[in-house]
Design a protein around this ligand. Structure first.
Ligand code: LLP
Length: 406
């Protein structure tokens, strides 16, 4: 079961999830490391010739990074913090690509220090200004130019980076920027990323992006790799088909055409999304004129995606409670703090546990302490055992770094 193309919420063992909630309390993130491993292996099998990096931002947990590294994936990091986490999980500089997006000075200082220790590190840059700031710091190492391909894709317009001018140098300026950068840096790659959560229907956009990158690679020549980003979607709804990696791999190979550089990809969500669930406990049941409001102990601070992107996550009460429609809401004082509206999950009893599926990607990562809610704990499952891999924050943690002294 853990090795198939898709893992739905219904495939999780309900009794086991209930026992984890009872043992560790809720809200609780659960991450199944065996599923992480098998997702990574499936990507490797579909893209046997490609350089595969895990987009660390999807889930930066130490055990997840270790598992992904052991499965053979390198690391694509979006910040100094992610690079530090990658080192901490055993990655070496030659396995890390740092993708700079308007990088703060402190990030660049850290990255250049890392590079001085080991110049196998690769830095990806999407603005001429960043090139100048790197050279001011004496960096003249491995450099990849991020291109804005002018074509985006993804589950929501807020994550369609490929057509957002914020990311990458404009496609029609890219060859000039590469030529200029070659005077000072070791330009070894081109990079573009269409967006996140690309589904089967958006394959055309992916193909177009890859085609453009192939053309550009032939124009500039002499590269080690062409990185066409991540973004592979996973089905969040029951009736959505799984993303067929073989189809994407074939389309990618065909679209890129003949290039002398290696193809690189950097999936995040695909590796971890269906390896995670979030468990939350019902505390309030309130009949309302048009629905039943069910209050739970997780909220938009625990899993932000529904509030931010109106994202659908599969949900189930871990007890048989029929199929009446309910609206599940968290403890945050905001109307956007809603996990689902009028969904036929059945009417729970107080203390029932609700599981929220596909929470492994951009779940814990985007958690916050808004409303002074400590962040949840996380449990990792592996080889039939479970262990805490992130402690639940306490009320004391909320003020730990605050000072009120002159
Ligand atoms: N590479 C780059 C340069 C990226 O910016 C991203 C995601 C990825 C790779 C990985 O994309 P993935 O394979 O995970 O789709 N918080 C949003 C997703 C934002 C993704 C940002 N960049 C969400 O929860 O849907």
């Amino acid at each position: 079961m853990s090795g198939g193309d898709v893992r739905r919420l219904a495939d999780w063992d309900r009794a086991h999830l209930r026992s984890l909630a009872a043992k560790y309390g809720t809200p609780l993130y659960v991450i199944d490391l065996e599923r992480v491993r098998s997702n990574a292996q499936r990507v490797c099998r579909a893209f046997p010739d490609a350089h595969i990096q895990y987009a660390v931002k999807a889930h930066t947990g130490h055990t997840v990074l270790k598992t992904v590294r052991e499965a053979g994936l390198d690391a694509e990091c979006a910040s100094a913090g992610e690079v530090a986490r990658a080192f901490d999980a055993g990655y070496g500089a030659n396995d890390i690509q740092y993708t700079a997006v308007n990088p703060p000075d402190k990030d660049l200082d850290y990255i250049v220090d890392c590079w001085r220790e080991n110049n196998a590190l690769t830095v990806t840059v999407g603005a001429r200004d960043t090139l100048l700031r790197l050279s001011e710091r004496g960096y003249d190492g491995r450099l990849c130019i991020r291109v804005n391909p002018g074509v985006g894709a993804g589950h929501h317009e807020m994550v369609q980076t490929g057509k957002d001018a914020k990311f990458g140098v404009p496609y029609n300026r890219a060859a000039d920027v590469v030529a200029e950068a070659r005077d000072y840096f070791d330009v070894i790659g081109l990079h573009a990323h269409a967006g996140s959560g690309i589904d089967v229907d958006q394959l055309e956009n992916h193909r177009e992006l890859v085609q453009r990158m192939g053309t550009l690679a032939r124009e500039v020549g002499d590269l080690e790799f062409v990185d066409v980003g991540g973004g592979f979607g996973v089905p969040y709804r029951k009736d959505e088909p799984p993303f067929d990696l073989r189809v994407v791999a074939d389309a990618t190979r065909e679209a890129i055409g003949e290039i002398s550089a290696q193809l690189a990809i950097e999936p995040g969500r695909y590796i971890v999304a269906d390896a995670g669930v979030l468990l939350t406990t019902v505390n309030t049941i309130k009949p309302a004129p048009k629905t039943t409001i069910v209050g739970v102990d997780a909220g938009m601070t625990t899993l932000l995606r529904p509030a931010l992107y109106d994202a659908f996550h599969p949900m189930a009460i871990l007890a048989d409670r029929g199929d009446s429609p309910i609206t599940v809401t968290g403890p945050i004082c905001e109307s956007s703090d809603v996990f689902c509206t009028d969904r036929p999950l059945g009417t729970p009893k107080r203390d029932d546990v609700i599981a929220i599926g596909n929470a492994g990607a951009y779940g814990y990562e985007m958690a916050s302490t808004y409303n002074s809610r400590p962040r949840p704990a996380e449990i990792a499952l592996a080889n039939g055992t479970n262990r805490i891999v992130r402690q639940r924050e306490t009320l004391a943690d909320l003020t730990r770094l605050e000072k009120d002294e002159p």
